[in-house]
Ligand binder design. Structure first.
Ligand SMILES: [Zn+2]
Length: 317
């Protein structure tokens, strides 16, 4: 115990990498039991808002959930700060997307996994239901939350993990997990109905990055993106003109901007199409890799998916 205290004292003055080392050594700075809040709740840290939302819905009053990536944050480019490392350090359970969604955080998560429960919510998804990645570094497309039926698997993984880590509240987790799966089933049906309002020929979704592959496959919408699956890849002027030509050729009326990406690429395409005499409007903002502000309907997974379905249906129908 004495030796441990001395080590902590020396570490506090050093860099984030050593903070990570502290995590690995299992030294929690606070006085309370590790992984449990002062009022006895299981401490859960999730990378994206969509995952955190599932943990909140299923964990209810028995968990305290911390989200690393807030509204508008791009998970492909996210780097953990010292504060984020502390949030990971406190947690009893860490949930992340996996499939290289959190490209820059993967090494950190892998290291922490040697010491505590670190779970990729995509682990339980049948591989045959995953779409191939567009980039060499990505075997699978990580944007699985846009197929609501597939996302149920993530909710099941969260439920199973919470039961395992905190068996005394297993009954509550099971019940809330069931309820959430039901809500996801209703959401899936809602999106399907809304897409059917669009004439089949017009079911084309043009967005700035290929986040919507699962959405397109699940709900019968052709998806055209400007750049690769990961926003880490830069797009060029050639991509912009190719997409502009496609819009003119297919007579597509609306394109969409995304909350976690700058709107300027889509605005350039709209302007380019206008110069060729084809009017394209911005159909609205879609949530892609991050949810909306907390406290708004879009600040939940269900609200964000409904918002997208409504925005797409209204602009294209
Ligand atoms: Zn993405």
């Amino acid at each position: 115990m004495e030796a441990r205290k001395t080590k902590i004292g020396a570490w506090t003055a050093l860099l984030p990498l050593l903070l990570l080392a502290a995590v690995l050594a299992g030294c929690s700075g606070s006085g309370s039991a590790q992984g449990v809040s002062e009022d006895g709740k299981l401490l859960v840290t999730a990378t994206t808002g969509m995952i955190a939302d599932a943990a909140k819905e299923i964990g209810g009053e028995h968990v305290e959930v911390t989200t690393l990536m807030g509204p508008g944050v791009d998970p492909h480019l996210f780097k953990a700060s010292q504060g984020d490392i502390r949030k990971l350090d406190r947690a009893a359970v860490i949930f992340y997307g996996g499939l290289h969604l959190e490209g820059n955080m993967e090494r950190v998560l892998e290291k922490i996994a040697a010491q505590k429960t670190v779970v990729a919510v995509t682990d339980g998804m049948p591989r045959e239901r995953l779409i191939a990645g567009a980039e060499e570094s990505e075997e699978f497309d990580p944007h699985v939350w846009f197929d609501v039926d597939l996302w149920k698997s993530a909710a099941e993984t969260v439920t199973d993990t919470l039961i395992q880590k905190d068996p005394s509240n297993a009954e509550a987790y099971r019940e809330q997990g069931e309820r959430y799966l039901n809500e996801l089933g209703q959401l899936d049906a809602y999106v399907r109905e809304r897409m059917l309002e669009i004439p089949e020929k017009g079911r084309v979704l043009v967005t700035a990055h290929d986040a919507f592959g699962y959405f397109g496959r699940a709900y019968g919408v052709e998806v055209v993106g400007l750049q690769g699956i990961s926003t880490a890849a830069e797009f060029g002027a050639r991509d912009v003109s190719a997409l502009r030509d496609y819009l003119v050729e297919r007579n597509i009326k609306a394109v969409f901007v995304e909350s976690s990406l700058p709107a300027r690429s889509m605005e350039a395409i709209v302007a380019g199409a206008a110069r060729q005499g084809h009017e394209v409007k911005i159909g609205g903002e879609l949530f892609s890799d991050a949810m909306g502000e907390p406290g708004t309907p879009e600040g939940t997974y269900i609200g964000m998916i409904r918002h997208n379905a409504d925005t797409i249906a209204e602009a294209l129908k």
